[in-house]
Ligand binder design. Sequence first.
Ligand SMILES: [Fe+2]
Ligand SMILES: [Fe+2]
Length: 143
Amino acid sequence: MTRRKVIDLLNTALELEHSARIQYLSHAETLFGLDSEPIIVRLKEIAGDELKHEEMFREQIGALGGVPSMKLAPTLQADGIKKVLEVNLKGETDAIDFYRKILEEIRNSKDELKYEDLRLEHQVRHVIMDEMEHAQELKLLLG
Ligand SMILES: [Fe+2]
Ligand SMILES: [Fe+2]
């Protein structure tokens, strides 16, 4: 895997993070009523984590000599608490699957990224662990 391809994968990840944050914030504003209150708070907190992920991907792309994307991956609307939780749980598990792929590609780029691979790997693992926490929490909220 070339440096260029790793940058492309990281940019796709960055676009996923842009969309995840915006989707969580938008969904949070569509929920009303007493039952929604703790969920709204949590959705906004998760959006804050996605912002940190964006920053991490952006910095790593820049450090590798790439240009961070300003695009969004597709977003989904959802109606009601259950649907919001389901749609975002799917988003989290899709992100985990994709980030695992990135991790593998970084490991296959040891020669190309000789002095950068472990740092990059560490950062991506950190994001995956956050997404696993998000997925776990959405699952618990779904009951
Ligand atoms: Fe994220
Ligand atoms: Fe997440």
